[in-house]
Design a protein around this ligand. Structure first.
Ligand SMILES: [Fe+2]
Length: 346
């Protein structure tokens, strides 16, 4: 069996492959590692056959949908997953064939209603149901401490004590554990009484994970993250550096239109000399009137260099083939000590 653990922060994902059949399953992929997964699979001579999320993640951005589009591979999740892009809906006691290996599904609700543990031979991929020395929290949407107790005590912990545990999160750098070790050492599993366990889980008072609303929005709907929108825009527009623009502004290169897409108050507080104001919110409405020549060379700027990237992509889509984005924003321009003008342009 080929086994690779890939980490992004505390998020763990796993590539498990069959060397004889050259196929693999990718469990809990995270969006920043997309190129890494495909590179590792290629290096190992594996074709990814299934993309699986152990549950609806609230704390990281799942890559299953994007990888599914890129690779033409089905996304598998528990049948109760709210995500509309799931191709294979799985349930307790079912299996997927990964070459010569069998991936068994255990429905283990508790952290979320759609949580699964996945067993491949002597390895158990526990998602957020069982972590090393902890369990998943039960205070996020569809979490249920009583269900987690049942899943752990009556399902997961009944498995052979030698089975290795591979969680979706690990913040202390440990690679894995075993069912036996967790039974012996995991502090939460020492609370064997159901009511006491549920009480403990209800009183953890954990802070919300960062990006929780964006993670749930995108993981549940298949919609894009803000970072994805920006990356897609950045991939289709050229950029100009702050220093390059400064040189050209100072040389008063008349062919260049500096287009400032911030709001008027920000523009009047300080803008690049000669910049034309066209707030992003009015871009499509005013573009025909304000930029009548689609062949003009345009450098788009905003405060941080992000909205300008989106605006440049929009302009290019509208036919402004010489629109480029400033690499950085007016904030970076100001911090570089480059000159700004206040008030309106004549
Ligand atoms: Fe989770």
């Amino acid at each position: 069996m080929i086994f690779e653990r890939l980490s992004a922060g505390g998020c763990q994902s796993y590539l498990v492959g069959c060397p004889e059949s050259c196929v693999a399953v990718l469990i809990d992929p995270e969006i920043t590692l997309i190129d890494r997964y495909t590179a590792v699979a290629a290096r190992e001579g594996l074709r990814i056959q299934y993309l699986i999320d152990t549950h609806t993640h609230a704390d990281h951005f799942s890559a299953t949908q994007q990888l599914s589009r890129r690779l033409g591979v089905p996304v598998a999740m528990h049948r109760t997953s709210p995500a509309p892009f799931v191709d294979l809906r799985l349930d307790d006691g079912e299996m997927l064939l990964v070459g010569k290996h069998r991936l068994q599904v255990l429905h283990t609700p508790g952290h979320t209603g759609d949580s699964m543990c996945l067993r491949i031979e002597d390895r158990l991929f526990t998602g957020d149901t069982l972590l090393i020395g902890a369990t998943g929290r039960t205070d996020l949407p569809s979490g249920d401490p009583d269900a987690l107790y049942d899943s752990l005590v009556n399902h997961v912990l009944q498995l052979d004590s030698q089975i290795t545990v591979h969680p979706a999160h690990e913040y202390k750098g440990r690679s894995h554990s075993t069912i036996g070790q967790e039974l012996a050492d995991n502090p939460r599993l020492q609370v064997r009484d159901r009511a006491a366990f549920a009480e403990m889980m209800r009183n953890l008072n954990l802070s919300m994970p960062s990006h929780v609303t964006e993670a749930l929005r995108t993981n549940m709907s298949g919609g894009k993250t803000v970072a994805q929108m920006l990356a897609e825009a950045a991939a289709v527009v050229p950029f100009m550096s702050l220093a390059e623009l400064k040189t050209r502004v100072e040389a008063a290169v008349t062919e260049l239109v500096v287009l400032d897409v911030r709001e008027r108050d920000a523009y009047e507080e300080g803008h690049i000399s000669g910049a034309k104001l066209l707030p992003r919110g009015q871009l499509e409405l005013r573009v025909n009137q304000d930029l009548p020549d689609p062949t003009r060379r345009i450098v788009v700027c905003c405060e941080f260099g992000r909205i300008s990237t989106l605006a440049t992509a929009t302009l290019r889509e509208m036919g402004f083939q010489r629109a480029v984005a400033l690499d950085g924003g007016v904030k970076a321009w100001r911090e570089a000590g480059f000159p700004l003008k206040t008030g309106r342009e004549p």
